[in-house]
Design a protein around this ligand. Structure first.
Ligand SMILES: Cc1cc2nc3c(=O)[nH]c(=O)nc-3n(C[C@H](O)[C@H](O)[C@H](O)COP(=O)(O)OP(=O)(O)OC[C@H]3O[C@@H](n4cnc5c(N)ncnc54)[C@H](O)[C@@H]3O)c2cc1C
Length: 291
């Protein structure tokens, strides 16, 4: 199938992008890497009147880690996470999750911000952004605002972005000392979207107990799912396999997976149990190595 007819605009500045988005509102769609929008257009699941291609806007392709926050511009490609020197060391969760996003060819074009804006409930980066407490810089005709990743994902493939707004930057704060992270997922084939994925971020206190734990899942709810009660069960406690099992059980009970052609809800809950234990074990081991 071919896309329905649309007008094409290739603005060269953020101001021009915002003008076009303001002018066309719901009728306009931003084109970044095109790795999700392209298939949607071809299948006529998206039929925008105007495509606003941001690829000619200069100065949006950066990954900057100078001031301790990792700032990711709207055109930074997913592959750049794997090529960065500072990310594996300072934002290891991004580096651990990135290779699971589709295939290299997709990551070469697909953008980090595009994945966040697209908000697929099976995608890796939305869950990673929530787990790391990322903040998202959004620009529109009414000015600029910042939203926490945890508030950005509103519903199934729906974000807090208005039709006339552009996600210009994602900002990832540094990890506290003695923190370890882990990404675990199961997909039917390499490169497929995950059936279930989990991001674990564990900060240990000096005495070895868990000071702060974050467990955020993909594939088990319409938006990234944070297992708040499971996190609470771990905080202040000594990390043991038994406790990981109890927290995993709690997360499996609290999440809201659906059944589809890829997996049943029961199987997804089973994966939550298994992956949570593995991710916690790995994150704690890495946190100990940090300390
Ligand atoms: C075969 C295949 C396998 C894939 N597997 C995975 C996978 O395993 N995991 C995964 O996470 N993803 C996967 N993807 C999707 C891929 O990660 C996409 O790159 C990503 O979802 C969207 O990024 P993009 O830059 O390509 O955005 P686009 O496709 O250009 O845009 C996607 C949506 O976001 C909007 N948008 C994009 N950027 C902005 C912005 N800055 N501000 C406002 N709105 C914006 C667009 O208007 C559009 O609605 C796969 C894709 C393919 C084709």
């Amino acid at each position: 199938m071919k896309p329905a007819p649309f007008e094409y605009a290739a603005p060269e500045s953020v101001e021009e992008v915002l003008e076009l988005l303001g002018e066309h509102g719901e009728e306009a769609k931003v084109l970044a890497g095109g790795q999700s929008l392209g298939p949607l257009l071809n299948m006529r699941l998206a039929t925008p009147g105007v495509l606003v291609d941001i690829n000619r806007v200069e100065g949006l392709s950066y990954l900057r880690s100078g001031d301790d926050v990792l700032a990711v511009g709207a055109l930074a490609r997913q592959r750049s996470i794997e090529r960065s020197i500072s990310i594996p060391r300072r934002w290891p969760l991004l580096h651990q999750a990135a290779p699971y996003i589709g295939h290299v060819a997709i990551r070469n074009r697909g953008t980090i911000c595009g994945s966040l804006a697209h908000a697929d409930p099976a995608a890796e980066l939305p869950a990673v952004a929530v787990a790391l407490g990322a903040r998202l810089r959004i620009r529109g005709a009414r000015g600029e605002r910042e939203v926490e990743a945890g508030d950005f994902f509103v519903n199934y493939m729906t974000t807090d972005l208005a039709p006339d707004e552009l996600l210009v930057e994602a900002r990832f704060p540094p990890l506290p000392p003695r923190t370890g992270t882990s990404w675990k997922e199961v997909a039917r084939r390499h490169g497929d979207f995950a059936l279930v994925g989990v991001a674990a971020v564990v900060t240990l206190a000096r005495d070895g107990r868990c000071e702060r734990v974050r467990l955020v899942y993909t594939g088990v709810a319409p938006t990234p799912f944070e297992a708040g009660d499971a996190e609470e069960m771990l905080s202040g406690e000594s990390p043991t396999q038994e406790l990981f099992g109890e927290a995993a059980e709690r997360a499996a009970r609290d999440c809201e997976p659906g059944s589809d052609v890829h997996a049943s809800a029961a199987y997804r809950r089973h994966l939550v149990r298994v992956l949570t234990k593995r991710a916690l074990g790995e994150a704690v081991r890495r946190a100990r190595e940090e300390g």
